[in-house]
Write a protein that binds this ligand. Structure first.
Ligand SMILES: N[C@@H](CCC(=O)N[C@@H](CS)C(=O)NCC(=O)O)C(=O)O
Length: 283
C-alpha cells in the first residue's frame, strides 16, 4: 500500500483505544496497512527524546504516514484521519452533540488518572501504595530523572519531572497528615467526575452516542468508560458490571448512579464487532 502508516500504541494506554476501534471498523490490517510501534508507559518510553520528537506531549497514541507533513498526536484527530481512508463511516449524525461528547470525555476534569492514582483517605492511599500504580509511577519517575539529568534545562523534562514527582512523593511518604490536602482535593474531583457522568448521560442519543449509527462519539467514549471501570477494580471480564465504579463514586456522592442511557448505550456498543475485538476485557 502506497501510504502505509505507523501507529504508536501501548497496551497500558486508554486513549489508544479510540484509534484501535477505528482501525477495526475500517477493516485496516496490521503489517499490511500499518505498522505498530509499542511504547511502554511504565518504563517511560513515551519520554524518550526520540518519541518526544514525534509527539511533544509525550503521550500515546501518535500516527505518522508518508503523506503527512507532521505526526498526528491526538486520538480524536487520528480517528478522523483513519476514517477519511475509504468510505466515511464514523462521522456523527449529530455533529453538535458529538462535539459536546468529545469535549467532555477529553476534558482534564474527567481524566481517569483520578481513579488510577488518587486517594480520598488513608485506607485508599495505603491501598494505592500497595498497588501496581505505585510501580508505574516509580518507573516513569526513574526515566524522567534520567532524561532530566541528560537535558537539565529541557522545558518538557523540567515540567514533566516536577508534575510526576508531585504524585510520586505522596506515594513515597508514610501515610499521614501530609496527605490531607490531597484527600480533600481528590474528593472534590470525584464530585466533578460524577457531574460529568450525569452530563454524559444527558448527551447520549440512543441507540448509539450520537444517533442511529456508530460514530466517533462512541469511539471517543468507549475507551474512557472501559478504563474507568478497570481503574475501579471491576473484574476485567465483567464488561457490563457498573457496580464497582458506582460504589467508588458513591463514597463521595452517595446517591450517584450510572445513568440509564449510558447503560443502554454501553450494552448496544458492546455488541459491535469492533468493541468485541478491542475490548474482550476491560482495560
Ligand atoms: N488528548 C490525548 C491524551 C493522550 C494521553 O494522555 N495518553 C496517555 C495514555 S492513555 C499517555 O500517553 N500518558 C502519558 C503521560 O501523560 O505521561 C489524546 O486523546 O490522544
Amino acid at each position: 500500500m502506497a501510504d502505509k502508516f505507523t501507529i504508536y500504541s501501548s497496551g497500558e494506554s486508554q486513549w489508544v483505544g479510540v484509534m484501535h476501534l477505528a482501525l477495526v471498523e475500517k477493516g485496516l490490517k496490521k503489517d499490511i496497512d500499518y505498522n505498530v510501534k509499542e511504547i511502554s508507559l511504565s518504563n517511560g518510553d513515551n519520554f524518550a527524546p526520540e518519541y518526544i520528537a514525534i509527539n511533544p506531549n509525550g503521550t500515546v497514541p501518535s500516527l505518522t504516514a508518508p503523506s503527512l507533513s507532521k505526526p498526528i498526536t491526538e486520538s480524536a484527530d487520528i480517528l478522523r484521519w483513519i476514517d477519511a481512508r475509504g468510505t466515511k463511516t464514523l462521522a456523527p449524525e449529530d455533529a453538535a452533540r458529538s462535539k459536546e461528547i468529545l469535549d467532555l470525555m477529553h476534558s482534564p476534569s474527567m481524566s481517569t488518572n483520578l481513579i488510577l492514582f488518587q486517594a480520598r483517605d488513608a485506607d485508599e492511599m495505603a491501598y494505592k501504595k500497595g498497588s501496581a500504580w505505585n510501580a508505574f509511577l516509580e518507573g516513569r519517575q526513574t526515566r524522567l530523572d534520567k532524561e532530566l539529568a541528560a537535558q537539565p534545562t529541557h522545558p518538557f523534562y523540567v515540567s514533566k519531572t516536577a508534575e510526576n514527582l508531585s504524585v510520586t512523593s505522596l506515594y513515597r511518604a508514610d501515610v499521614g497528615p501530609t496527605h490531607e490536602d490531597f484527600y480533600k482535593m481528590t474528593d472534590g474531583m470525584y464530585r466533578t467526575l460524577a457531574a460529568g457522568l450525569d452530563k454524559l448521560d444527558s448527551l447520549i442519543a440512543l441507540p448509539y452516542a450520537a444517533g442511529s449509527r456508530v460514530s466517533e462519539a462512541d469511539y471517543n467514549t468507549v475507551p474512557w468508560l472501559a478504563h474507568a471501570m478497570m481503574g475501579a477494580d471491576t473484574p476485567v471480564a465483567d464488561v457490563q458490571d457498573f457496580g464497582p465504579l458506582e460504589r467508588l463514586i458513591q463514597k463521595t456522592v452517595p446517591d450517584f448512579k450510572i445513568g440509564s442511557k449510558i447503560k443502554e448505550w454501553w450494552s448496544n456498543i458492546a455488541k459491535t464487532e469492533a468493541f468485541k475485538e478491542v475490548y474482550p476485557v476491560l482495560h
